[in-house]
Design a protein around this ligand. Structure first.
Ligand code: SF4
Length: 279
């Protein structure tokens, strides 16, 4: 991913050429490897997004789709691409959840709102405070002090899923689109292996969730086969505004961070590792 030093000659010209048109490459994808100019990378990225939706039958004609929008890169790309390719003949709506994290979520909520307005997508903001009477800022210090209550993100994620599911049911959405990408999915898989958690593993996939139960709305992950670094590159090439300044102050305790680091090391040394695990 990105551009390696050894790809450039002494004059600073990229010696790698786009696989499609032979122009100077703007991006290198380590697996393959593949080289693309900006335009052909954008085509490649968007085609894979649509192919994932077709391959796993994630969206059907006329279905109402609720997009779980945080304002970060992943869910913002979902918002843009669903608006671009799947708005016709369907109702799209975004749900923005405000967990109540000062200096972080208040800013990302603003970015999410702006993008919805610019794209003409209806949206709803629901806060933890209104729904459960507490903000993350009020409850997380207590959870951090008492590990028996579980991890901060696990707690927050449960509350968030509760809101997403209830709201999706309320508006009659058939699918709930989330921003999970390839890296997230592979991390979850390896975590489940390490924890010997077969029940969770069974619920994984591009169309995830407790799909058999009528009380739950099916979750879909259109970025299931898209590496995180490529989402960053796509946002940069397309000039998509998303929130990326701060991380949530409660995320540092998440076990997932360790898995991310380990898998990134593998991917850097052995490109294609994440796809192998996914398959
Ligand atoms: Fe919640 Fe963790 Fe996300 Fe922060 S990083 S908003 S605590 S799930």
């Amino acid at each position: 991913m990105g551009q390696k030093k050894e790809n450039f000659d002494k004059k600073g010209t990229n010696t790698k050429k786009c696989d499609k048109c032979g122009k100077e490459a703007s991006i290198t994808l380590g697996y393959g490897p593949h080289y693309f100019c900006e335009n052909h990378f954008i085509n490649f990225f968007e085609n894979r997004f649509r192919k994932t939706i077709r391959k796993y039958n994630l969206i059907e004609q006329g279905e109402k789709i609720l997009i779980a929008l945080s304002g970060g890169k992943d869910s913002t790309v979902i918002l843009f691409l669903l608006a671009k390719y799947y708005k016709k003949g369907r109702e799209l709506e975004a749900l923005i959840i405000d967990e109540g994290v000062k200096g972080y979520r208040d800013k990302s909520v603003k970015t999410a709102e702006e993008n919805c307005k610019n794209l003409g997508i209806k949206y709803k903001i629901i806060s933890f405070k209104k729904e459960f009477g507490v903000t993350n800022d009020e409850i997380m210090p207590l959870i951090e002090k008492n590990p028996k209550l579980g991890g901060t993100c696990a707690f927050c994620g449960t509350l968030r899923r509760n809101i997403m599911n209830k709201y999706a049911k309320r508006i009659g959405a058939k699918k709930l689109a989330t921003g999970h990408n390839l890296d997230d999915e592979v991390q979850s898989f390896v975590m489940n292996v390490f924890n010997n958690d077969f029940e969770r593993m069974k619920r994984m996939g591009a169309g995830a969730g407790i799909i058999e139960h009528q009380g739950f709305v099916k979750r879909i992950k259109p970025l299931y086969e898209t590496p995180e670094k490529e989402i960053i590159a796509y946002c940069a090439f397309k000039g998509i505004k998303h929130y990326s300044e701060e991380c949530c102050p409660y995320s540092w305790t998440a076990k997932r961070n360790e898995y991310r680091e380990m898998l990134n090391t593998f991917e850097d040394r052995f490109p294609g590792t994440q796809y192998s695990i996914l398959r």
